[in-house]
Design a protein around this ligand. Structure first.
Ligand SMILES: *Cc1c(COP(=O)(O)O)cnc(C)c1O
Length: 388
């Protein structure tokens, strides 16, 4: 915990460089100038570590990179303009035409489209496997397999992968492991400690935590980070702006408080809803009914603020009515901010097609924000009892 305090409140912050300001400045500049050609030449030789041009290095972003790498326990972190940019950089950096990827079934929608649609144009094929059994990854391995991709847990059914078992398989076959750790944040799951090579986050969610920026993070070894910096990072230029980096630094300061609050409120609310007659099923990795509850307890530190409920409803219209009846949950995608949200699976498609979703049509995904837990519970109860 004291290490966490050091990371969040001290690491990377050298106030003597900026007039002893308590909060670091936003270096809102595209460019940096030098006192001599010799100095410029030396800085250009290490664009990843020194300010030269903001697409590569910016001092505000650099503070954030140090903190994020330390939080994940990796040597390096790169920060992107979105989680999807971080996912794409991680994946693209490891493949060439003719290579093969094995991904968990139903990853985040745009990750799915990267594998299913985009990478196909470049002759990179993906096999999707049920990630609840590590041997499914093993059985799908081919000589040209480069990446074993995980998202544990995902954010609708909260299905997990056994991270250590899949890392072992990857090492036996010379594959790289990539894991999307957005659900847990670095505080509730430490993939690097379990041997994962590249960890990605949508920092739009918990890391920033205030629903005011879109950002992404990639944490890995110095060697892999240097390779990614020289290719995907600098070539696609998907960087975070200095101002958004500053907002994320501010958001990070309260990460432990926010995670604790959403975790405790969620546990409280689920315990109260457990035996409600209108609820068919609770989906939450730290609920005893979750089929991988033991694995969750083994590889995660706690549950976060997202869960799903399958409601006893006769039609998607009843699900719509339930969601519309909630007063303190915004109907919206995303999660990880201060505000509570609700997102029904049947909202993913029009009524005629709702059966085509990979998730049950009567499933409603919740995100518990920072509001008082009793206030939120009462709202869910009144919507359940409104006679849908
Ligand atoms: C939101 C999300 C992403 C994409 O991140 P953006 O910041 O929206 O680009 C990737 N993975 C997961 C699990 C997400 O929830």
């Amino acid at each position: 915990m004291s290490n966490l305090s050091h990371i969040l409140y001290e690491l990377g912050e050298d106030r003597s460089l900026y007039s002893n300001a308590v909060s670091p400045p936003v270096y809102q500049t595209s460019n940096f100038a030098f006192s001599s050609v010799a100095e410029m030449r030396s800085r250009l030789a290490d664009e990843m570590d020194y300010p030269f041009y903001t697409r590569g290095h910016n001092p505000t972003v650099a503070i954030l990179r140090k903190k994020l790498a330390a939080l994940e326990g990796t040597e390096e972190a790169l920060v992107f303009g979105s989680g999807s940019a971080a996912v794409a950089a991680a994946v693209l950096s490891e493949v060439k035409s003719g290579d093969h990827i094995i991904s968990v079934l139903n990853p985040y929608s745009w990750t799915n489209k990267l594998f299913n649609r985009y990478l196909k144009r470049f002759g990179v094929e993906t096999t999707f496997v049920d990630g609840t059994h590590p041997e499914n990854y093993k059985n799908a391995i081919r000589p040209e397999t480069r990446i074993l991709y995980m998202e544990s847990p995902n954010s609708f059914t909260f299905s997990l992968q056994d991270i250590e078992a899949i890392v072992k398989i990857a090492r036996e076959h010379g594959c790289t492991t990539i894991l999307d750790n957005s659900y847990s944040s670095p505080l509730y799951q430490n993939p690097a400690g379990m041997g994962v090579d590249i960890i990605v986050h949508s920092a739009t969610k918990y890391l920033n935590g205030h629903s005011d920026i879109v950002a992404g993070v990639l944490c890995t070894s110095r060697k892999k980070a240097e390779h990614i910096f020289e290719t995907e990072y600098m070539n696609t230029g998907g960087i975070i702006s200095p101002h958004d980096a500053w907002l994320m630094l501010r958001g990070l300061r309260t990460l432990p408080l926010r995670m604790k609050q959403v975790s405790e409120s969620t546990a409280f609310i689920l315990q109260k809803l457990e035996s409600h007659p209108r609820i068919e099923k609770i989906w939450y990795p730290f609920h005893p009914s979750h089929p991988q509850h033991q694995l969750a307890q083994k590889q995660m530190k706690a549950g976060a603020g997202q869960f799903s409920l399958s409601l006893k409803a006769k039609s998607p219209e009843e699900i719509d009515a339930f969601c519309n009846q909630l007063k303190h949950f915004l109907i919206a995608c995303s999660w990880g901010g201060y505000e509570s949200l609700v997102f029904p699976v049947c909202g993913l498609s029009d009524a005629a097609n709702y059966h085509s979703s990979p998730f049950p049509w009567n499933m409603v995904r919740f995100y518990i924000g920072l509001e008082d837990s009793e206030y939120l519970l009462e709202d869910i109860l009144q919507a359940l009892e409104s006679g849908i």
